[in-house]
Design a protein around this ligand. Sequence first.
Ligand code: SF4
Ligand code: SF4
Length: 217
Amino acid sequence: MEADLLEISDGKLYGTNDMVKVGCHDCQGCSSCCQGMGDSIWLDPYDIFQLTRNLNKTFQELLAKEVELHVEDGLVLPNIKMQGEEHSSCSFLDKNGRCSIHSFRPGLCRLFPLGRNYEEDKLTYFLLVHECPAKNKTKMKVNKWLGVPRIKDYEDFLVAWHNLTKGLRSYLMENAQDEAVTKALNLKFLGIFYMTPFQGEDFYLEFKVRLEKWQNL
Ligand code: SF4
Ligand code: SF4
């Protein structure tokens, strides 16, 4: 494990079937990880698939209110928008301090206080030991904590997505001076993976088709 991970975690890496101390007793009135998060809650295509389907909105309609775009190493990516005084609270946090989209909340929200560790084509998880203030946390299986159906397909998608965006960010950083290339790539990227509505029920199948389309470009 890398030194910076050792500082923020308990020094262990977990698989989906491992038990980890994350159970926070239903948050009990805390909403600290839904506030002041800036642009850090990135949304991948699976998150947008869930949000557009369950809220019956297009990606473009989400951009009008709850979601915004930011730039990361030259790559344009969507994130959950903070709003209210000093942009302090997630757009989906209701007035009782609860998540209004709990059953289809984004992957990074499901994960917290776990983080993802990518090594080659393997995905494991680490526990952020200083982030969640809940006391007397209970042990839960990572799989159960995430609560995502078809976990193997989900993890395969995450690894493919991580590799794609990592490679693209490196390329854009190396070619940062070429604004035309940066703009053209970002438009294609957003168009293929975000703007085009997902039609069917099988996200993973559609993602695979889009990935092949991207790779053929
Ligand atoms: S910080 Fe922990 S207890 Fe608070 S809302 Fe987040 S997960 Fe729940
Ligand atoms: S989507 Fe829900 S869980 Fe995620 S930050 Fe917003 S209110 Fe919190």
